[in-house]
Design a protein. Structure first.
Length: 125
C-alpha cells in the first residue's frame, strides 16, 4: 500500500471522485487512527484491473472530528463510515446511518479512541 497524500476534509470528496475517474474503482476500506492529539481518517483505494492501490488521509482535530460522507461515490463506504462514527466518534456529515455494531451504546465514549477506559459497566452478561 502506497501512501499518496493528505487531503483536507473539504476536498476529500473531490479527490476521491477524481481518483475514481482515473481508475481507482474500488474503496477497499476506511479506518481511522487516534494519535491522541489528532485523528487521521484513512481511505484505501484500489484499481482492480491494474492491481494498483493508494492511501489518502484526512487529518482531524479531536474537538472537530467530522468528514463528509463518500458513500454516494463509493457504495462500499457505507459500513466503514458507520464504524467510524461508533468506534471513533467521528461524525459523518451528509448521511444519517443507523448503528452498525453498538446498538445499546450510550455514545459518550468511543472504544477505539485512546482516551477510552474499560470498566465493569461495559461488560456483557
Amino acid at each position: 500500500m502506497r501512501f499518496d497524500r493528505f487531503e483536507g476534509r473539504d476536498s476529500i470528496r473531490g479527490a476521491l471522485e477524481k481518483e475514481k475517474e482515473l481508475g481507482m474503482n474500488y474503496l477497499s476500506k476506511i479506518t481511522a487512527v487516534d494519535y491522541t492529539d489528532h485523528l487521521e481518517v484513512c481511505y484505501f483505494l484500489m484499481d482492480l484491473e491494474k492491481r494498483g492501490d493508494e492511501l489518502i488521509k484526512v487529518r482531524l482535530e479531536n474537538g472537530d472530528a467530522w468528514v463528509p460522507s463518500v458513500e454516494d461515490i463509493f457504495r462500499s463506504a457505507d459500513w466503514y463510515e458507520r464504524e467510524l462514527r461508533e468506534m471513533f466518534g467521528i461524525e459523518i456529515r451528509g448521511r444519517d446511518a443507523k448503528r452498525l455494531l453498538l446498538e445499546k451504546w450510550d455514545g459518550k465514549e468511543f472504544p477505539l479512541r485512546k482516551s477510552f477506559r474499560w470498566n465493569a459497566d461495559y461488560k456483557s452478561d
